[in-house]
Design a protein. Structure first.
Length: 111
């Protein structure tokens, strides 16, 4: 959606939050969970936090996105922020095949 809409803020997580808020008619999504293919960037993490989503599960680590050309700022920012540890939000990496599949998608996208 970033390229399609010429909008650098149209990441999948932000787009999903916008659509959910519109559909549900509210900005507080504390009864919702989000599943993402990759560890969220700081902007997406902030959107998840501000919408009060209760749980975020991601597949690939940020380094997988960096390996195919995404900005290394994302991985660097994730390593240096305490927000992930202090937010009232459950964040976990997908178990087993979900994480492996997400990593493979990013590897196959390279090039």
């Amino acid at each position: 959606m970033v390229l399609k809409n010429t909008d650098p803020t149209a990441h999948a997580e932000v787009t999903a939050i916008r659509e959910a808020c519109k559909k549900l008619g509210k900005i507080e999504l504390s009864d919702c969970e989000m599943y993402a293919s990759c560890e969220p960037c700081p902007m997406c993490f902030s959107a998840v936090h501000l919408s009060r989503i209760k749980r975020l599960v991601y597949g690939a680590k940020a380094e997988a996105a960096v390996a195919i050309g995404f900005d290394a700022f994302i991985a660097d920012a994730l390593g240096g922020t305490g927000h992930y540890r202090t937010a009232n939000l459950e964040i976990k990496r997908a178990d087993g095949n979900g994480a492996l599949l997400a990593e493979q998608v990013f590897q196959n996208t390279k090039g």
